[in-house]
Write a protein that binds this ligand. Structure first.
Ligand SMILES: CC(C)(COP(=O)(O)OP(=O)(O)OC[C@H]1O[C@@H](n2cnc3c(N)ncnc32)[C@H](O)[C@@H]1OP(=O)(O)O)[C@@H](O)C(=O)NCCC(=O)NCCS
Length: 213
């Protein structure tokens, strides 16, 4: 399934995405990622909404990070914290959707919307085709494919906006994230420093690799 990640990110074949204009290919050229909205199906048959983060998500995002287990929080922040600062929250909600794009995966529980996952990319200041990726899924919703879906959707938006090289810093014992990215069908490079694996992957290189396979 994950070998298709590279292509699904480009076409969203199994999801229904809208950008407010009714386009099925949200994040495509000319569409506005800040209005991104899609439904997708999890591995256990559940449905999640995947949408752009909004300024009014602050409370839901605080709850999301509070819900992470100590281990998940450590994997996400490289420290045991589960509370994010006002500045970090602003970096997830008050964003330009050009350099910085954040998507959240939400479910409705007795009418209230809950953020069960989020994925973000931030484009490098000096290399506009290169972005840093991060994501988190609350523990009780992990292993249902939500992390994979979020990465697919966020990569789809990034690619439509000309970003072709990605990087992620992952702790060496974070086997889930390492597995998610290395099983993605993307040609990944890794280097390790002080227990942190720096993973990079590029569409150009993956295309070359697939053509030669
Ligand atoms: C990494 C994370 C986002 C993955 O989210 P998820 O929704 O559980 O991921 P998925 O369900 O899509 O699973 C992705 C892959 O990891 C595998 N996996 C899931 N949990 C695993 C575990 N505990 N050990 C090993 N592999 C695991 C899945 O089987 C899947 O691989 P597969 O398709 O070959 O079966 C989530 O575990 C998380 O939030 N962790 C804490 C924060 C973090 O580590 N963020 C990444 C650093 S920025």
């Amino acid at each position: 399934m994950l070998t298709a990640l590279r292509d699904r990110g480009r076409s969203h074949q199994s999801s229904t995405a809208e950008d407010g204009t009714g386009s099925a290919a949200a994040g495509g050229r000319g569409t506005d990622p800040r209005r991104y909205f899609a439904y997708d199906v999890t591995r256990d048959g559940g449905v999640v909404a995947i949408r752009a983060s909004r300024p009014d998500d602050t409370g839901r995002l605080c709850e999301h990070f509070r819900s992470l287990s100590p281990t998940s929080a450590y994997f996400r922040f490289f420290s045991p914290k589960r509370r994010v600062s006002a500045r970090e929250l602003a970096g997830l909600t008050d964003i330009d959707f050009v350099r910085n794009v954040t998507l959240v995966a939400t479910v409705r529980i007795t009418g209230a919307e809950r953020i069960v996952g989020l994925a973000q990319y931030v484009v490098d200041d000096d290399r506009r085709q290169h972005a840093q990726l991060a994501c988190s899924v609350v523990d009780e919703y992990q292993r249902r494919g939500i992390g994979t879906l979020l990465i697919e959707h966020v990569l789809g938006i990034a690619r439509a906006r000309g970003v072709v090289e990605f990087a992620a810093d992952v702790l060496g014992d974070n086997h889930t994230m390492l597995r998610l990215l290395t099983k993605s069908g993307l040609a990944t490079h890794r280097s390790t420093q002080a227990g942190v694996v720096h993973l990079t992957f590029s569409d150009v290189e993956t295309d070359r690799f697939l053509a030669a396979a």
